[in-house]
Design a binder for this molecule. Structure first.
Ligand SMILES: NC(=O)c1ccc[n+]([C@@H]2O[C@H](COP(=O)([O-])OP(=O)(O)OC[C@H]3O[C@@H](n4cnc5c(N)ncnc54)[C@H](O)[C@@H]3O)[C@@H](O)[C@H]2O)c1
Ligand SMILES: [Zn+2]
Length: 356
C-alpha cells in the first residue's frame, strides 16, 4: 500500500487499503456510518466496499442522482434532512463513495451538518482519485456557476482503490487525465513527458501516474491549504475552463462538457496567453495543444459564445476588486499567479485554438 500520513487527510492507495479502512473505522468507532453514492457508484462500487469491510451495524445508504447538475444546495438540503431523519449525530461518519461530484458534495454536507461530522473519501473516478478527493475543497455550484458555495475542510482519510476504474466510462477516464496533464504542466516537465504516452491499458504505468499526481496535489495543498499563494497553481486552465463548463451547462443546445474536457480547452487557451504575456515558448504551446487534442474533443465556439464565456469570468473565485486573475506559465513547472489578461487576448487565444 502506498500512503501519505497527515494529521487530517491521510491518503492510502491500493495494496491492503481495505484492511487499513477497517482499522480506521474500528478506531473511529462512529455511532452510525452513512455511505453517500450516486446512482452509478451505488451500482458499480458499493458492493466492493461492503465485501471488504466488516461493519458492526449495516451502514445507511444515501443515494443522489448522478451528474454535475445535482451538485447543488437543493441536493444538500435533501441529504441534511436524510441524515437528521436517520438519526445522525456529531459522532456519525459519512463515507463519500464516488467521483468528484460526490466527494465535493459529501464533504460539504458533512462539514456543515451539526457544524461538522467526520467524513472519509473513497474516490471512484480517475478525476476524484488524482484531484478532487484530496486537499479538502468541498462545495456545490450556484446555478451553473461552479463551486461558488463551499468550505475547505479535509477528509479524515482518503482511501484509493484503482480497481474502481474498471467500470468507469472511457470519456470519464480521459476527463481525469486532464487534471494529471495539469499537474505535469504546473509542476514537472518530466511528469508531462511521461504522460504524453499515457495508456490506461497499461495498469502499472497508470497506477504509477495516479500516485505521482496524488503526491503533486498533496505537496501543493500541504504548503498552502487555504490558497493564499502556491495552491493557485492548481487553478491553471480553470479560469477559462470553468467559464466554458458553466456556459455549456447553461446552454442545452451545447453538448455538456465533462469537467476535464472543459479544463483541457482552458489549458490550451491559457498556454497561448502564457506565450503572449510571458516567455512560454511557442513550440511548447503547440505541443500542449496537440497532445490535448489527441485525447479531447474539439469544440466550436462562435464569437457570440466567446463573448458570453468572457462575461462569465466575472464569477471566478480568484477575482478581487472586479479584476480577473489568471495563473500563467513561464515554462513547464514554473507558474506566475495574479496575471491580468485583456479580453482581446482571450479572443486571440480562441482563434489559436481554432487553428488546430
Ligand atoms: N474539490 C476539488 O479540489 C476538485 C478538484 C477537481 C474537480 N473537482 C470537481 O469534481 C467534479 C468532477 O468529478 P468527476 O469527473 O469524478 O465527476 P462525477 O463525480 O460526476 O463522476 C463522473 C461520472 O462517472 C460515474 N462514476 C464514478 N465512478 C464510477 C465508477 N467507478 N464506475 C462507473 N461509473 C462511475 C459517476 O456516476 C458520474 O456519472 C466537478 O464537480 C469538479 O468541480 C473538485
Ligand atoms: Zn479541475
Amino acid at each position: 500500500m502506498k500512503y501519505i500520513i497527515k494529521e487530517k487527510g491521510s491518503v492510502y492507495c491500493n495494496g491492503n487499503v481495505w484492511q487499513k479502512l477497517q482499522e480506521l473505522l474500528d478506531d473511529l468507532n462512529p455511532t452510525k456510518i452513512f455511505i453517500l453514492t450516486d446512482e452509478n457508484t451505488s451500482k458499480y462500487c458499493l458492493k466492493h466496499v461492503l465485501q471488504h469491510i466488516n461493519f458492526n451495524n449495516p451502514p445507511l445508504q444515501l443515494t443522489v442522482p448522478a451528474g454535475e447538475h445535482y451538485k447543488t444546495i437543493e441536493t444538500c438540503l435533501k441529504l441534511w434532512e436524510d441524515l437528521s431523519e436517520k438519526g445522525a449525530d456529531r459522532s456519525s461518519l459519512l463515507i463519500s463513495l464516488g467521483g468528484g461530484m460526490i466527494t465535493d458534495l459529501g464533504g460539504f454536507v458533512a462539514s456543515t451538518f451539526k457544524r461538522g461530522i467526520s467524513f472519509i473519501n473513497i474516490p471512484t473516478s480517475m478525476l476524484a482519485m488524482v484531484d478532487a478527493s484530496i486537499g479538502g475543497k468541498n462545495g456545490v455550484d450556484l446555478g451553473v456557476l461552479k463551486n461558488q458555495v463551499g468550505v475547505i475542510n479535509n477528509a479524515h482519510s482518503v482511501i484509493i482503490d484503482t480497481h474502481f476504474l474498471k467500470t468507469l466510462p472511457s470519456n470519464e477516464l480521459t476527463s481525469g487525465y486532464a487534471e494529471m496533464l495539469k499537474h505535469g504542466l504546473i509542476y514537472s516537465k518530466d511528469y508531462w513527458e511521461s504522460l504524453k504516452s499515457f495508456d490506461v491499458e497499461n495498469v502499472p504505468a497508470t497506477e504509477e501516474a495516479i500516485w505521482k499526481s496524488i503526491q503533486i496535489k498533496n505537496e501543493i495543498v500541504t504548503v498552502d491549504p487555504t490558497e493564499q499563494n502556491e495552491r493557485k497553481a492548481l487553478n491553471f486552465g480553470h479560469t477559462l475552463g470553468h467559464a466554458i463548463e458553466s456556459y455549456c451547462l447553461e446552454h442545452n443546445e451545447k453538448t455538456t462538457l465533462l469537467h476535464g474536457e472543459a479544463i483541457a480547452i482552458g489549458m490550451i487557451l491559457t498556454c497561448y496567453i502564457s506565450k503572449e504575456l510571458l516567455q512560454f515558448p511557442l513550440l511548447d504551446c503547440k505541443e500542449v495543444s496537440s497532445v490535448i487534442l489527441k485525447h479531447f474533443p474539439k469544440v466550436e465556439f462562435s464569437n457570440e459564445e466567446i463573448n458570453a464565456i468572457i462575461e462569465l469570468l466575472k464569477y471566478d473565485k480568484k477575482n478581487k476588486n472586479g479584476n480577473i486573475y489568471f495563473v500563467l506559465l513561464n515554462a513547464f513547472g514554473s507558474i506566475k499567479t495574479n496575471c491580468i489578461v485583456r479580453n482581446e487576448l482571450i479572443k486571440e487565444a480562441f482563434d489559436f485554438y481554432k487553428t488546430f
